[in-house]
Design a protein around this ligand. Structure first.
Ligand code: AMP
Length: 448
């Protein structure tokens, strides 16, 4: 199939050509005709499938006719990075159309946004919070909106944006075309779709499964070895452009600092940074100044960087959907990528859940932990074995489960004595890898 079949305006076709798109992706093939006909649409599409262009192109086509300098299309997205990404897409695809968009999100001054809105735009791409601010200030008028897009709705729900969305909906005309995109379909999104969509067409592409161009591997590693393992696989796999996910903002910041000090071109993208710093980190990563970006889930939402070769789940995602989103950052637009996930003992349940959502088992891989170029010891980080819970702990040389050990560590005052220091985000720079005690011969009675 070719883009010519959609009969887009020649200025839009020029934009498609300039972006280097030769044929529409499956979501574009299915969604564009329905949107062009004016139908409401429920799009269940995984990230990286080209869903942004699937709604941007028909919006541009519709806005080519009719009044200019009036806000006629509103796209609501959960994060600043995603809003910026969509805004860039509109700019690139609509370069020749003369249509203009503004990205509206918090963390930056309202003034610039208001100035742009007043200068006359046809499309607003907004995060819910700042959009409501502008609405409350009377700085933006949505009374002429003809098309509404709610992108990554499941994430907006997860982030607690539903009340804000409902308030925004009240400020929009009843007569409009609504497109709702979501990677997954939890009950709340089904309910929202029921409320906002009229007789919608449904388009579903690879629901909830990560893109097929990504290969998956697991590493069994305890928390204190994660940083050493990360550095080892970065070296061993010659990782090019790597996105590393941590669970917390502090974790992302600390890990990026650690990697920087160890000589890697790394930076972090997390919610504690100012918008300017976030933009610098993302632009630096996009332009190749940084090879490793350590990010949290929320901050990394909507990152579209071509050629991310590896995604590393330094911390296990909380849900299979979060895994899908993270992994979708690589293998985009038919490029191949690899997803490496670090799994401790406590993560085994989540591994099973992810495998179920993938529909196949993920391969466990071994890696020699190397400090710099010199192997620290012979420790192999290998696939877990059965009865791992009572096997000897590599760090303590202890064969008993933690609970039993804690019981025995009770002092007379009833306090639990700390057995060892734990560095949740890897070893501090001044700290050497701990010496791993020789395995003691296990007494017969403890074998089972
Ligand atoms: P998205 O799922 O919208 O985030 O898009 C993922 C990536 O695919 C982006 O870098 C788009 O520029 C790219 N893309 C979208 N549509 C096409 C297409 N028809 N051909 C090639 N690349 C595309």
């Amino acid at each position: 199939m070719s883009f010519t079949e959609f009969n887009f305006n020649s200025q839009i076709t020029a934009g498609i050509r300039a972006c280097g798109y030769t044929s529409p992706t499956p979501i574009q093939q299915q969604a564009i005709p329905q949107i062009l006909e004016g139908q409401d649409l429920m799009g269940l599409a995984q990230t990286g499938t080209g869903k942004t262009a699937a709604f941007v192109l028909p919006i541009l086509q519709r806005l080519m006719k009719g009044p200019r300098r009036t806000i006629r299309a509103l796209i609501v997205a959960p994060t600043r990075e995603l809003a910026e990404q969509i805004h860039e897409n509109i700019f690139n695809l609509g370069k020749k159309t003369g249509l203009r968009s503004v990205a509206v999100y918090g963390g930056v001054s309202k003034f610039g946004q208001i100035k742009k809105i007043r200068s006359g735009v046809e499309i607003v791409v907004a995060c819910p919070g700042r959009l409501l601010d502008h609405l409350d200030d009377g700085a933006i008028n949505l009374a002429k909106v003809e098309m509404l897009v709610l992108d990554e709705s499941d994430i907006m729900f997860d982030m607690g944006f539903m009340p804000a969305i409902r308030r925004i909906l009240k400020r929009l005309p009843q007569q409009r075309q609504t497109l709702l995109f979501s990677a997954t379909m939890p009950g709340a999104i089904r309910q929202l779709a029921h409320e906002v969509l009229k007789n919608p067409a449904t388009v579903q592409i690879g629901h909830s499964k990560p893109v097929a161009t990504v290969s998956h591997v697991l590493y069994s590693v305890e928390r204190q070895h994660k940083t050493a393992l990360l550095k080892s696989i970065i070296n061993q796999k010659n990782m090019e452009t790597t996105l590393v996910f941590t669970r917390t903002k502090h974790g992302a910041r600390n890990l990026a600092h650690h990697l920087q000090k160890a000589g890697y071109r790394a930076t972090s993208l997390q919610g504690n940074l100012s918008q300017q710093k976030r933009r610098q980190a993302l632009d630096g990563f996009k332009q190749g100044k940084f090879k490793i970006l350590v990010a949290t889930d929320i901050a990394a939402r909507g990152i579209d960087v071509s050629g991310i070769s590896h995604v590393v789940n330094y911390d296990m995602p909380n849900t299979a959907d979060a895994y899908t989103h993270r992994i979708g950052r690589t293998g985009r637009a038919s490029c191949t990528g690899e997803a490496c996930t670090f799994a401790g003992r406590e993560d085994r349940r989540m591994v099973k859940i992810i495998e179920r959502s993938l529909g196949s088992k993920i391969k466990w891989q071994s890696a020699t932990i190397v400090k710099g170029q010199v192997p620290v010891d012979d420790t192999m980080v290998a696939a877990p074995r059965r009865h791992d819970r009572v096997r000897k702990n590599n760090d303590t040389g202890n064969c008993r489960p933690q609970k039993q050990r804690n019981q025995q560590d009770q002092t007379t005052s009833g306090k639990v004595r700390r057995r060892r220091r734990v560095f949740p985000f890897g070893f501090p720079m001044e700290c050497e890898m701990p010496q791993i005690p020789q395995r003691r011969k296990r007494p017969q009675a403890n074998n089972r």
